[in-house]
Design a binder for this molecule. Structure first.
Ligand code: TTP
Length: 231
């Protein structure tokens, strides 16, 4: 794996009242986040919050994920609005004492990776992007998003394509390699190169190009550090 940087901790002005810890799991589409999260379901003190992709595929009968991939210019703002709400709900959900909350992604990857990808690739109208940015600016200033550790499952775009093909989510059938390459660079810029400003927590980078059984072994060997004695 690439060297893990030790970014400074985010200064939060408000006093923290939490008792447990929060880990966010990041990585490209198809990098293995589900495998990672499933591993931690065995611990009773770990609360795993996966992305509600099924909700995104059925919002009042509409498949918002599919609409976004079919016509990003028309639907990506609405879709990212929905994703932002899902992320906020997960960040705000209350923790049981002495519990580790493990989230699939965060409000940060929505902003630094997906929204940026849409902007760079000119897949979102500039007014839509600006409105979304206003939401995120407000959230940044008014919500106390607590994160203690970021796990970055770093896989090459080629590996991600293979895994996406294997799982065969119909909405993603037309996603080109370049889309994953841009997302990969944006994850690296954010989590490895510090190009998106101060990180909210230290980053643990795992080599997610390894095949899944091998990755599971790495996850198991890091699990003690990740759990921090909580489970
Ligand atoms: P991912 O969050 O990457 O989840 P995954 O199930 O692909 O993860 P893994 O394979 O590592 O277990 O993305 C789910 C889908 O939602 C994917 O098609 C990308 C899309 N998406 C966006 O378009 N914008 C967003 O802001 C987010 C968070 C996801």
């Amino acid at each position: 794996p690439s060297p893990t940087p030790s970014p400074p901790r985010l200064e939060v002005n408000r006093p923290r009242t939490r008792t447990g810890k929060t880990v966010i799991v990041e990585g490209n589409i198809g990098s293995g986040k589900s495998t990672f999260l499933n591993y931690f379901r065995r611990y009773k003190n770990v609360e795993v919050l996966k992305e509600p992709v099924d909700e995104w595929k059925n919002i009042a009968g509409y498949n918002a994920l599919d609409l976004m991939y079919k016509d990003a210019k028309r639907w990506s703002a609405a879709f990212e609005c929905l994703v932002t709400l899902s992320m906020l709900k997960h960040h705000a959900s209350s923790k049981r004492p002495h519990t580790l909350k493990m989230l699939e992604r965060s409000i940060y990857s929505t902003r630094h990776c997906f929204m940026e990808n849409l902007r760079e690739s000119q897949l979102i109208p500039s007014v839509d992007y600006s409105i979304l940015k206003e939401y995120h600016k407000w959230i940044d200033h008014h919500e106390d998003i607590q994160v203690d550790l970021i796990v970055y499952l770093r896989a090459s775009p080629e590996t991600c394509v293979q895994r996406m093909k294997k799982r065969n989510r119909s909405e993603e059938a037309g996603v080109p390699l370049e889309y994953l390459q841009t997302l990969h660079r944006l994850h690296d810029d954010w989590l490895l190169h510090g190009k998106r400003g101060e990180l909210p927590a230290p980053v643990l980078v795992l080599d997610a190009d390894k095949d899944l059984p091998e990755l599971q072994e790495d996850i198991a060997s890091y699990s003690h550090d990740i759990l921090g004695g909580l489970a």
